[in-house]
Design a protein around this ligand. Structure first.
Ligand code: 5AD
Ligand code: SF4
Length: 472
């Protein structure tokens, strides 16, 4: 299949724009004021980026945005399927919307994203949440205007969880980004890895890379618009370009992005260790715009469990990468993901994860208790350890990591670091927040009018989660 075949066609896009205009006209007739939409996002950065596309489509359809659910004429939940907890939260939130529907039967309730891409979940919404009007999966995202038009002009609820799992590449949609100097830039979609615990490859389809031309054009536009902290986004950015002979690899793409003119920082996520290469770290070290910061999910410290997870690296290789990266970039900040209690994991194997943490000393961690996902390979593996036991392991892991994070952050006290000022602090003793190159959160005293700018920050205090100080 050629690259252009996978990109959404001009005709398909034009058809959606046509539907968007028709929806706009319908609301002009229906309401004496601008319709309002409220979009709620669950889950990862990819979902955040998808919600930005949804906001773009909503703007095309004439909607203004509100953060208040009860004021909205249209409510849309962009959902996450990664763990049961995420799904329960979505169901809780969607359940609340029956009140809005009772108060105003014209309110349109939409559920989209990863959850309904699973047929059994779509079925559950159909049967148990009759007030949900529109349900669509990740593959149908761009069809939102059509689905809304169909709902508004028909009597039936609208379901679209179709979709070829090879997926399309969305070009030509215009995201409406959140405020602030940071922006997501999707470089690829989907995942081919089928880690045995993970639902993502089932709901997001196969890996497909955007063309370097499209990525560079969007990057230039972002820089021209004033964005200063740009994260290249993909489920596994390290396999960027591997689906196409004529595309650069990820390190090559980073170099091309680094060459774009302007005062901005580049980050990327997520990196799978199996595709992380020494060449990637060499490239990070030599590209001045690329932050010395990496999220490199290890998942666990036991070779047997890593194999059962289908991760395609072992502890030795992971540590080799960490050591190489740190030798090249002594100031590198590292974060990771850990799953506790994968089916069949023993206490000894869990202890190997703790040892790995002590050896690597990540700046911070995202830690999860294993959650069984219907349809994945791990879902049918024997899982004898109790939830209580897993919780104990999890608490121990947090304790170890919190100490390490505290120790690492304490080393910043007395130092001056460059931060990008990105918003107002929610801590009443401070005015602003900033992010260091390593993406550490810094609460700062200083002039709020400088939000959006780089600044030097003197750090005088630290905690497990953040640094504190003043703008110089
Ligand atoms: N249970 C627990 N954690 C999971 N993750 C992915 N799937 C599961 C699951 N079934 C975690 C992994 C991944 C992160 C995004 O979510 O650590 O890196
Ligand atoms: Fe899930 Fe593994 Fe793909 Fe990450 S790399 S999205 S954990 S299957």
């Amino acid at each position: 299949m050629s690259g252009t075949d996978r990109v959404i066609s001009q005709e398909a896009l034009a058809a959606q724009q046509d539907y968007a205009e028709r929806v706009r006209q319908l609301y002009l007739k229906k309401l004496p004021r601008q319709p309002l939409a409220c979009a709620v996002t669950f889950g990862c950065q990819q979902n955040e980026a998808d919600t930005e596309l949804i906001r773009g489509m909503l703007a095309d359809m004439g909607f203004g945005m509100t953060a208040e659910e009860d004021k909205a004429d249209l409510l849309i939940f962009n959902t996450c399927a990664i763990r049961e907890h995420a799904e329960m939260r979505v169901f809780g939130n969607v359940g609340q919307t029956s009140h809005y529907k009772k108060a105003n039967p014209d309110v349109v309730i939409c559920v989209c994203g990863c959850m309904p891409q699973q047929p059994q979940v779509a079925e559950k919404i159909k049967n148990s949440y009759p007030y949900v009007d529109i349900v669509f999966g990740t593959h149908a995202l761009y069809k939102f205007p059509q689905l809304l038009y169909t709902r508004l002009t028909g009597k039936k609820r609208v379901f679209d969880i179709s979709g070829d799992e090879s997926g399309v590449i969305l070009e030509g949609l215009h995201p409406v980004r959140k405020e602030g100097p940071a922006a997501w830039l999707s470089i690829m979609y989907g995942c081919n890895n089928f880690c045995t615990y993970c639902i993502v490859p089932y709901v997001r389809g196969r890996e497909r890379s955007r063309s370097p031309e499209a990525i560079l054009a969007e990057l230039r536009e972002l820089v021209a618009q004033g964005y200063r902290d740009i994260t290249l986004l993909g489920q596994n950015v390290n396999s960027y370009g591997l689906d196409r002979e004529d595309y650069p690899d990820f390190a090559g793409l980073l170099e091309m992005c680094n060459a774009v003119e302007g005062g901005f920082r580049l980050r990327f996520m997520t990196s799978h260790p199996k595709d992380a290469t020494e060449r990637l770290f060499d490239t990070m070290a030599k590209c001045e715009k690329v932050c010395h910061s990496i999220h490199l999910p290890v998942q666990c410290g036991s070779d047997r469990v890593l194999k059962a997870m289908n991760r395609h690296y072992d502890k030795k290789r992971y540590l080799e990468l960490v050591d190489y990266a740190r030798a090249k970039m002594p100031d590198l900040t590292m974060t990771s993901d850990i799953i506790v209690g994968f089916p069949g994991e023993t206490e000894e194997e869990f202890e190997e994860t703790v040892q790995l943490l002590e050896r690597v000393r990540f700046d911070s961690l995202f830690t999860f208790i294993y959650s069984r996902r219907e349809g994945t390979r791990a879902a049918v593996m024997p899982d004898p350890v109790s939830r209580e036991e897993k919780q104990k392991w999890f608490d121990r892991l947090l304790e170890v990591q919190n100490r390490i994070s505290r120790e690492i952050n304490a080393r910043y006290v007395g130092k001056t670091v460059t931060v990008l000022l990105d918003g107002e602090s929610d801590d009443k003793n401070y005015d602003l927040t900033g992010r260091t190159e390593g993406f550490k959160l810094v609460h700062l005293k200083g002039d709020k009018s400088r939000i959006g700018q780089y600044a030097q920050a003197e750090i005088d205090r630290s905690s497990t989660w953040a640094l504190f100080g003043k703008v110089k």
